[in-house]
Design a protein around this ligand. Sequence first.
Ligand SMILES: [Zn+2]
Length: 360
Amino acid sequence: MQITHKFRLYPNRQQEEKLFETLNLCRQTYNNLLAEFDSWDNISKYELQSIIPNLKICNPILKKVYSKTLQYENHRLFSNLKALSKRKKKGYKVGRLRFKGKGWFKTFTYNQSGFKIIQTGKRFQILHLSKIGDIPVRCHRSIKGKIKQVAVKHMQSGKWFASVTEERKQEIKQQPINKIIGIDLGLTNTVYDSDDNKITNPRHMKKKAKKLAHLQRRMSKKKKRSSNRNRWRIRLARQYEKLVNSREDFLHKLSRYYVNNYDAIAMEDIPISRMVHNHKLSKSILDSCWGKIRQYISYKAEWAGKLYIPVDYKGTTQRCSQCGKLVPKELWEREHKCSNCCFTAPRDYNSALEIKRLCL
Ligand SMILES: [Zn+2]
């Protein structure tokens, strides 16, 4: 199985210049390949890749970038194309792939080779990147398997990170199923489970979201393209990062709790398109908890040899979990009262029980 860790990089000034230069050259290559792709009726991934050496002849500065890192841009282009046609097949309106402007390119990738993590035994380890150099890195997790890929990412806040993907060989032993739980995901970021536990977004996350919204309003009043606005932009990006980090922390702890304490976990299988979309940045980060809980629980369960069971979401809020009778309710009705068997419970608790019943 593959695990990806995100480690912070601490480049010095010269290294940072090289990182920026690599980003920029990768962006140029991506754009050149896209232009080339557009000028052909039909060109394969392999054929397009063979153009890269010609690009290097025309533009020798490209030799400053590790060759496989440039090749990866061809791979990136084709996976973007694939994603686009997938969306098209699903019936979305899609345009063409766009050229990447300066602010829109933030990652370059070393795949299979050209990198090495050197253990120093001190607080900082060294990430060696071919053609760039030895960058101090904080590895807060140990790497046990073979490293497959290193993606270097520049954040809006100005920080640099390396996403290190390792391949771990590990036998997964299927666990016997004794404890089963159903989980209902509510509209207001609440999780309700069939053991009558209710969990909401922690207060400190809401606080951070509020601060983010405040910064966003303040920044919008600053003059465009002024250095003052740029300072606010960085401040905003840092706050954004803080919120995302505490959300991830919360979600990992929550999903870990369920995977450690239960053998089978049932959740509604709601398609992403049915989820609420919120245009406010701070709100949308809180809302995106929804899909991520399922994602984290399902992969953690798989690694632990436990079961994640998606159940059909239709009717789970309307059906009585005790007798199966339909009890229609409006969105604002928070109480479930069955006229058939007299079962009364909070609406989300009844849903969680129904989800559990469905998976049995
Ligand atoms: Zn009933």
